[in-house]
Design a protein around this ligand. Structure first.
Ligand SMILES: [Zn+2]
Length: 180
C-alpha cells in the first residue's frame, strides 16, 4: 500500500501518533533524499495531523511549506489542491486577509478546473460574509449556485449553499429594517 494513502487512513482513524510516524518513514525511505513530491506530501500530511490535533498555527505553516514546495521550478504538483486546503484553514482560523491573498492565487490556478473554481467561489462568499459585505456575499453565492447547477454537482451540496444564501438574505433584511 502507498505510504501516503496509509497515512491518510491513519488520520481518518484518529491514530494520530501512528500517522506522524508513517509520515517520517515515508521520507526516510528514499535513499537519495526525499523528492520534491515526497517533501510536499510530508508537509501536507503533517498539516492535516496538526489540524486534527487542533494546532491551527502548525497546520497553516505546514500547508504554506507544501505550497512553497509545489511552486519550485521542477515541481509537478497541482497547486490548486494545496491552495484550496490553505484557504479553508485560514477561514477556519478567521485570518480573512491572508485567506484572500491565497484565494486570488487559487482563482488563477482554477480557471480550467471546475471543482476548485467552485471551492474558490464559495470561499469568496464566506470571506465577504464574515467581513459583513453582505451584498457582495449574496451575489457571489448566487453565482456559485448557478455555476454548480450548470456543472451538475450533488444536490445536497447545492442545498446547503442555498441555506447559506437564505441566511445572508435574512441578515440583509434585518439590516434594512434596523436602518429604516
Ligand atoms: Zn491539506
Amino acid at each position: 500500500m502507498n505510504l501516503h494513502r496509509l497515512t491518510l487512513l491513519f488520520i481518518k482513524d484518529n491514530q494520530v501518533d501512528a500517522a506522524e510516524d508513517t509520515s517520517c518513514r515515508a521520507i526516510n525511505l528514499s535513499l537519495d533524499g526525499p523528492t520534491l513530491s515526497q517533501l510536499y506530501e510530508y508537509h501536507h500530511n503533517l498539516g492535516h495531523i496538526s489540524h486534527h490535533r487542533g494546532d491551527m498555527e502548525a497546520a497553516i505553516d505546514h500547508h504554506k511549506t507544501s505550497l512553497e514546495i509545489s511552486r519550485s521550478p521542477n515541481s509537478q504538483v497541482n497547486q490548486a489542491g494545496i491552495l484550496a486546503c490553505l484557504v479553508g484553514l485560514l477561514l477556519e482560523a478567521e485570518k480573512f486577509d491572508d485567506a484572500q491573498v491565497h484565494l486570488e492565487h487559487l482563482k488563477l490556478q482554477a480557471v480550467n478546473d471546475p471543482g476548485h473554481l467552485g471551492i474558490a467561489m464559495v470561499a469568496q462568499a464566506v470571506i465577504w460574509y464574515r467581513q459583513k459585505k453582505l451584498e457582495e456575499a449574496r451575489s457571489e453565492l448566487s453565482r456559485t449556485i448557478g455555476f454548480y447547477a450548470k456543472i451538475g454537482i450533488s444536490p445536497d451540496y447545492v442545498g446547503s449553499l442555498k441555506e447559506f444564501l437564505q441566511e445572508i438574505e435574512e441578515e440583509i433584511n434585518r439590516r434594512a429594517v434596523s436602518d429604516s
